[in-house]
Design a binder for this molecule. Structure first.
Ligand code: C5P
Length: 227
């Protein structure tokens, strides 16, 4: 069977990563959560006071980029790979609402994108990869054999994300989660460098009314048609 590259893009909290991981496991492909990389850079910037509610020193972050090392490592064959920032597992820390609030401004920085896109392209050199994000089908793998663009209403996405954060034990208000999703959508779609946009050859899936099983089987069939 030939190996292909699968790009899954879409708005925040559309469930891209769940379906991408399921698909990669089923096909025996590598799954890469590109958002985790932007989140880890954001965590680095927060830890060093480069970004806070009061200030953001983009030049300092750009100067620090060579000392940011990102790696994915799997704890076991069936688990999702965790992201390591300079040797430390930060998979859990990068998911909180504070990181979510700073990540989109960080992701507008051209130099950050250049570094992360190069690493992502390296990870996909041998194909057999499912990567999710915002610019995978447009910038990272413009020649991907399968491109999916996931969508769902902002309210539905916020409900899912809110539940996820509560399950993790975070104390959050629904209105703040919804606002964060709307803010990130706005920044991600209007930024100058690699804005979130559906690639011309991507297949759009609105999953507002779909369960996980339906989504998985829809995407799996599309992949099988191309393998
Ligand atoms: O996918 P996730 O929601 O974890 O991504 C967090 C943020 O990282 C997005 O809101 C976006 O600003 C940025 N991102 C990006 N390009 C990617 C993946 C994520 O700009 N390929």
């Amino acid at each position: 069977m030939k190996k292909i590259t699968i790009a899954i893009d879409g708005y925040s909290s559309t469930g891209k990563s769940t379906v991408a991981k399921q698909l990669a496991d089923y096909l025996g492909y590598v799954y890469v959560d590109s958002g985790a990389m932007y989140r880890a850079v954001t965590l680095y910037a927060m830890q060093r006071g480069i970004i806070s509610k009061e200030h953001f020193d983009a030049q300092k972050l750009i100067a620090s980029l060579p000392s940011i090392d990102l790696r994915f490592e799997k704890k076991s064959a069936w688990n999702k790979a965790h992201i390591y920032l300079n040797g430390k597992d930060v998979e859990n820390e990068i998911r909180n609402l504070e990181v979510s609030e700073f990540v989109s401004p960080i992701a507008t920085i051209h130099e950050v994108r250049v570094k992360l896109v190069a690493q992502q392209q390296k990870m996909g050199l041998e194909k057999g990869v499912v990567m999710d994000g915002r610019d995978i089908g447009t910038v990272v793998f413009p020649k991907a054999e399968l491109k999916i663009f996931m969508n769902a209403s902002a309210n539905e996405r916020a409900q899912r994300r809110y539940k996820e954060l509560l399950d993790r034990g975070e104390v959050v208000e629904f209105k703040n989660v919804l606002k964060n999703i709307e803010d990130r959508d706005h920044i991600d779609t209007t930024r100058e460098d690699s804005p979130l946009v559906k690639a011309a050859d991507a297949i759009e899936i609105d999953n507002s009314e779909m369960n996980l099983d339906d989504q998985f089987h829809t995407v799996l069939q599309l992949a099988k048609d191309r393998i």
